[in-house]
Design a protein around this ligand. Sequence first.
Ligand SMILES: [Zn+2]
Ligand SMILES: [Zn+2]
Length: 247
Amino acid sequence: MKLQYDFHIHSCLSPCGDNDMTPQNIVNMSQIMGYDVIALTDHNTCGNCPAVMKAGEKIGLTVIPGMELCTSEEVHVVCLFPDLEKAMAFSDYVYTTLPPVKNRPSVFGDQLICDENDEVIGTEEKLLITASSISCMKVVEVVTEYGGVCYPAHIDRSSFSILSNLGTIDESFGFNCAEIYDMTKEQELKEKYPYLKNLRIISDSDAHYLEKMRIPEQYIELSDKTIYNVFEYLTNKGDENFGSSDH
Ligand SMILES: [Zn+2]
Ligand SMILES: [Zn+2]
């Protein structure tokens, strides 16, 4: 089956995420857009994954618990986990690797923790958009310990990306996949960084606002929409199951 996916979405727990990015709004918008599977990836936390997963379950939408980790080099890496328990354990670990800087909501935005009915049940005090002490070289190893998969985010962007901050991507990082925000840049990037030809390339919305969630343009072909199968796909290089919706 062809699955429409978006593995990089922020909620109201990310300070830069709009307060309307609540669990119900995210899953309902995903359903309207026609997604089969999404991942919630707030900056350096999985704190709203329990609520978004529960909200998704109610409408039959698969929600993968995840996080957009900011490495010590300020490279954004999307990390996805096979279940909530492992995601929350990783989230607790990442929390200890963040500097003790308090959020200033008036400057950075609110960091709201919700339940599945969109009730705000708490706020995160620590600023979540700082860099963790986990390096790009270590991230695959650490995420694998928690049963997860990870890949560098929006590598085509001029900030917070592996190419903008480290200038290269090669086998030493251990990634099997990479995310390109603007897929029209795929060929150009592959010519400039030939190593990318060895990787799965996927594209996500990185939505921080409901209106930035986009109509699915890419799909992955899997036998079913279990997280296990998604992980197999992301860790199994090659493009035989990859396509664009308009083909
Ligand atoms: Zn990012
Ligand atoms: Zn993001």
